[in-house]
Design a binder for this molecule. Structure first.
Ligand SMILES: Cc1ncc(COP(=O)(O)O)c(C=O)c1O
Length: 421
């Protein structure tokens, strides 16, 4: 079975899990939602006002995006990421997911994917009839990295097998692991990609949610052939606004034009009022910057709390460094009683009402009992209100602001205790 085929089947299991949650809730059962990650905070009032102000804007915009928005995005990333954005073309798209698909389409050849990695990359490659070449990630308390020799060997072996690796998608902070990459790890990956002429697609959608508040980009190490994708969905909690951006290096000749061609024949342009409102999101207003900082601190508090509890149950779980996920591995503990991560996820849902996603949905070996837990099942407005008074005391804050998270962890504890008996 090709890797692409294997991953497509895994995504079906993800959808099956989603449907199961809906069915269970419809039948009156309580289900704790650690399966699906959506940033929980309210849309920032400044953005809501900007959207209201521009709601009468109704004309089609240029396919690459509103010029004023593209300009402010370039200025913002020059400051934030420390790259020379004059060397990039900015493109606005309907969510970074669509941009990632279009990029995979416009960079012909096969895709190197870290294991584990986000659920949609491989199905996108499968839709495009491109092959997936898996490359193992190394996960540790210092973050995620990739052994240069392993990466080089994967490329060489793929070529020997008649595949044509042309690009790699790298995501940090990462969904599903919650870890990010150090500058040294990014530099090492960039060096191999430069030598092997691999274009890096840097999925930095969680880039502003690094818990140490440092923005990292592999583009500082490989400016000429790194395409950055990002957007508003995660750090500004407005996934439904569908505003993604991409910075496309001018040195990747023809890529921006090809992306514009895809855009012009498919989405035409992102919703016009949203593009006008998004200008404010990139102007670094103090209130929006504070909001991003506080949201990040809350994600850090809740997700580190989850990691601590999972470790106390005996799971292997690294302390998350960004975004809103945990990636516990129960293999040592439950490997004798549970065959696959999919079985583990289904039993946890059926028997204890906790929705998670199986590690196999992220390209991980099915018999490695990893789960991806999303730490977002709480009311973001309440959390923001409680944070100033309770933020210093994680246990009390999580108990008051995120009772479902506490209840879900208690249910996982019961489940693990039952299986380990
Ligand atoms: C790793 C990763 N990349 C990209 C996306 C897509 O985000 P959007 O299309 O909302 O920009 C997501 C959303 O879940 C994600 O987790």
């Amino acid at each position: 079975m090709s890797s692409a085929k294997m991953r497509r089947d895994d995504v079906s299991s993800t959808l099956a899990m989603n449907e199961l949650v809906v069915q269970m809730r419809d039948s009156g059962r309580t289900v704790f939602h650690m399966g699906f990650g959506e940033a929980p905070f309210p849309a920032h009032p400044r953005l809501v006002n900007a959207l209201r102000e521009h709601s009468a804007q109704k004309r089609y915009l240029p396919v690459a995006g509103l010029p004023a928005l593209r300009a402010v995005v370039a200025e913002h990333y020059a400051r934030l990421a420390g790259i020379n954005t004059d060397d990039y073309d900015v493109m606005v798209g309907p969510g970074s997911k669509t941009l990632l698909f279009a990029l995979q389409m416009c960079i012909p050849g096969d895709v190197l994917l870290p294991v584990p990695s986000w659920v949609s990359y491989a199905p996108q490659a499968a839709l495009l009839k491109q092959n997936v070449i898996p490359v193992e990630l190394e996960l540790s308390e210092t973050g995620l990295s990739m052994d240069a020799g392993v990466l080089r060997q994967a490329i060489v072996q793929a070529r020997a097998n008649g595949l044509a690796p042309s690009k790699m998608i790298l995501n940090y902070p990462s969904n599903p692991t919650g870890l990010t990459a150090s500058d040294a790890a990014l530099a090492s990956i960039a060096e191999v990609c430069r030598a092997e002429k691999i274009i890096l697609i840097a999925d930095e959608i969680y880039g502003r949610l690094a818990y140490d508040h440092r923005y990292r980009t592999v583009a500082s190490h490989l400016p000429e052939s790194t395409v950055i994708t990002t957007g508003l969905s995660k750090h500004l909690s407005v996934g439904g606004w569908r505003l993604g951006v991409s910075l496309i290096p001018k040195a990747a000749t023809g890529l921006f034009d090809d992306m514009c061609r895809v855009a012009s024949e498919t989405w035409s342009c992102v919703s016009t009022p949203i593009q006008y409102a998004a200008i404010d999101a990139y102007q670094e207003h103090a209130d929006i910057e504070d909001f991003v900082r506080t949201s990040t601190d809350i994600h850090a508090c809740v997700n580190r709390y989850i990691a601590g509890k999972l470790r106390a149950l005996g799971a292997e779980c690294h302390t998350p460094q960004g975004g809103f996920y945990n990636w516990p591995d129960f293999t040592k503990q439950l490997g004798d009683v549970c065959g696959t991560s999919d079985e583990l996820a289904h039993r946890l849902l059926d028997e204890h009402g906790v929705a998670t996603l199986a590690g196999s949905s992220f390209g991980e070996r099915p018999d490695k009992l990893c789960l991806r837990l999303s730490g977002c099942d709480y009311d973001g407005k309440t959390a923001l209100e409680l944070w100033p008074a309770l933020g210093k005391n994680a246990d009390e804050f999580v108990a008051r602001a995120a009772p479902n998270v506490v209840a879900a962890l208690a249910a996982i504890e019961d489940f693990v205790a039952k299986l380990s008996r």
